[in-house]
Design a protein around this ligand. Structure first.
Ligand code: C5P
Length: 292
């Protein structure tokens, strides 16, 4: 038996511009995404069949599980005849916009490819990842990336822009409720065209930040906040409060409901955490981490 253990990080969308609906029903987007130095752990052991155990009972163990979907997609793409027992230690909250399921699927693909002797090159692995989920390909890169299309076009962020992202200290916080991604996109459709930002405008905003020397706070943008904030006013209320009280800048990640705030070095983090818990209660998820 061969065994592997992989880290499966969560992500934050620092910039997310949904630019319009595509003929295939998905949405085109331009997003700058960074992995966190924190996430789930996936242990993989060779076995006769594919199966999954998970520390969180809320995660399905049937074919709807993204790790098993990834394993099935890998088998179909490569003819791989082996199996694997996946053991997932789940820490990333579900329905958060933190990419947990997609990250787990990407980790499973990396592990299976390694077990199969790197049968797929990076490009082929990305193509398989895109069939599993729109957010899956970005997790094949352990670095900040720009994603385009429905998420399958990935470009690494390097140079000074990468340096302005990596190592950034942040708080990630999620209320007890989650937001379903399909619901969030349906709201974008219901309020179209004003919910979308033209792609030229999104590209220009992003390019200005990448080519400039502005702080990360100047980059933050997410036009999926509109529908989420209308239904869940507790999200903008807390982000506004954190800005007014502590001067920290925050946004929602992806389709929510998790939000994040960038932490300047001098801030007293425990006081900010206490404010989050006071607003959203003890059941809120609160994490201090850094961008990878
Ligand atoms: O690709 P994935 O299964 O993660 O997407 C979940 C749902 O989110 C899709 O069914 C679609 O409704 C919506 N979606 C979208 N455009 C994207 C990504 C997701 O409309 N770029």
């Amino acid at each position: 038996m061969t065994e592997l253990t992989l880290e499966s990080p969560a992500k934050i969308n620092l910039f997310l511009a949904v630019t319009g609906r595509r003929p295939d029903g998905y949405h085109d987007l331009v997003s700058l995404v960074a992995p966190m130095e924190w996430g789930d752990t996936l242990h993989v052991a060779t076995a006769d069949e594919f199966s999954i155990e998970c520390s969180d009972v809320a995660v399905p163990k049937d074919a709807s599980n993204l790790v098993l979907k990834a394993a099935d997609a890998f088998r179909r793409a490569t003819g791989f005849r082996g199996g694997a027992k996946f053991t997932l230690t789940k820490r990333i909250p579900i329905g958060a916009g933190l990419g947990g399921g997609s990250s787990n699927a990407a980790a499973a693909l990396k592990a299976l490819n390694q077990l199969a002797g790197n049968i797929l090159d990076d490009e082929a692995l990305k193509t398989v990842a895109a069939t599993v989920g729109s957010d899956c390909p970005l997790f094949l890169q352990a670095s900040p990336v720009i994603m385009r299309g429905r998420g399958e076009q990935i470009e690494r962020v390097i140079g000074s822009a990468g340096a302005r992202i990596r190592g950034t200290k942040l708080l990630v916080f999620k209320p007890a409720f989650g937001i379903s991604t399909p619901w969030a996109y349906l709201q974008m459709i219901a309020t179209a065209p004003s919910s979308y930002i033209p792609s030229e405008q999104a590209e220009a905003k992003l390019a200005a930040w990448l080519d400039g020397s502005g702080s990360l706070a100047e980059l933050l943008f997410n036009n999926m906040e509109g529908p989420a904030f209308r239904k869940f006013p507790a999200l903008p209320a807390l982000l506004d409060q954190l800005y007014r009280t502590f001067g920290v800048v925050g946004r929602m990640s992806g389709s929510g409901s998790a939000c994040f705030a960038l932490l300047p070095d001098e801030i007293e983090i425990e006081v900010v955490k206490a404010a989050i818990r006071a607003a959203w209660g003890e059941s809120a998820f609160v994490l201090q981490t850094r961008l990878g």
